[in-house]
Design a protein around this ligand. Structure first.
Ligand code: KG4
Ligand code: ZN
Length: 339
């Protein structure tokens, strides 16, 4: 089965084709970074309009890359939510309409299920069950995963998501949007030990996170220090260290609580090298394994949507002729996939 995947939930138009026998055979992406950079964050209306401009040319490009025509596509998977409503509506309406025109099934995919399953596209994929850490710009969640669609939420952020905290702290330090990768880069030249920031919610039991206080602590440290380039790098180091250590503590607890031996990390922040290193060290102590996608599949992309959708399409699921998009959609409300 060859599935066309469409991702338009935020500021990336991602199109890919997944072949259930051979894997990803096309993967194209248009990032809106330069469009939103001057505003310091994503402007939803500009995002929707840009998806409208880019989506059809990118679908053509993906077909060309896979050396296929529309006739070879067996199903369409598009991101139905959660995300920016206007942006989601672009991918949903185009995806559903093309499926109607081509007389093939369509499926609306949960964006975070796409992230969660992205490591399945790697050479050595994880096996169920596992603990998943989803860390993106909008979500920080620990989930017990028994199979596709069988998700139990173990904990989540009560305020800012980890990526959001990275972005806001980066903005405060004057770094360009999107701040997460910029802050991580700056942290490489930071001196360890100069600033000590809190590890929020680690002094009490539970698997929830809170990152908004950490962001404020970083702001206070910045305002009360000599504001040099080195201070900025030292603070970036301390901030990243605090986020990574906090996440590692919660992952350790989740592995202990569930007695599972597999940890999967996905979502934009899972591209963070320091986080990957720390979690690799952590699982070694537990005789467990950690899996994550290649960096390009950590952040938003069409491949993860094509894959997640293909699994549900192969199980015989499909979306009615109507299409809808859902800005808010809890991942634990999904139903099990019968594949
Ligand atoms: O998954 P994603 O592309 O979009 C959402 O679904 O939100 O995640 C984007 C988030 C942004 O907050 C971005 O700053 C963060 O992931 N991010 C990083 C890194 N790369 C992306 N944060 C820290 N370190 C990175 N290397
Ligand atoms: Zn995402």
């Amino acid at each position: 089965m060859q599935v066309l995947g469409i991702e338009t939930s935020c500021d990336e138009t991602g199109i890919a084709i997944y072949d259930s026998n051979t894997g990803i055979i096309a993967d194209v992406l248009h990032s809106q970074i330069t469009l939103h950079a001057e505003y310091g964050g994503v402007v939803p209306e500009l995002a929707s309009r840009d998806h409208v401009r880019k989506i059809i040319p990118l679908i053509n490009k993906a077909l060309e890359q896979a050396q296929l025509t529309a006739k070879n596509i067996d199903g369409i998977a598009y991101t139905k939510g959660p995300g920016l409503l206007g942006a989601l509506l672009v991918g949903s309406s185009v995806g559903r309409s093309l499926a109607y025109a081509w007389d093939i099934p369509a499926i609306g995919v949960h964006h975070m299920e796409g992230h969660l399953l992205a490591p399945m596209l790697e050479e050595n994929p994880p096996c169920f069950p596992f603990v998943a850490l989803l860390v993106s710009g909008g979500h920080t969640q620990l989930i017990s995963v028994q199979g596709i669609g069988q998700y139990t939420l173990l904990g989540e952020s009560v305020d800012d998501a980890a990526g959001e905290a990275f972005d806001k702290t980066a903005k405060m330090l004057g770094l360009s949007y999107p701040g997460g990768p910029a802050l991580a880069k700056l942290a490489e030249s930071g001196q360890p030990g100069r600033f000590k920031l809190p590890r929020p919610m680690t002094d009490r039991p539970g698997l929830d996170f809170s990152f908004s206080g950490l962001k404020t602590a970083a702001l206070t440290a910045w305002k009360t220090s000599e504001q040099s380039t080195q201070t900025k790098a030292d603070l970036a180091y301390a901030f990243q260290e605090a986020v990574v250590e906090t996440i590692a503590i919660k992952c350790r607890r989740a592995l202990e609580q569930t007695q599972m031996k597999t940890l999967v990390i996905a979502g934009g922040v899972s591209a963070n090298t320091h986080l990957r290193q720390r979690l690799t060290e952590l699982v070694q102590k537990y005789d467990a394994n950690v899996y994550y996608p290649r960096p390009a599949f950590c952040t938003d992309n069409g491949a993860m949507i094509a894959y997640a959708g293909s699994q549900r399409l192969l199980a015989g699921e499909q979306q009615d002729l109507d299409f809808s998009a859902t800005a808010r959609w809890p991942i634990d409300s999904l139903h099990a996939c019968k594949a």
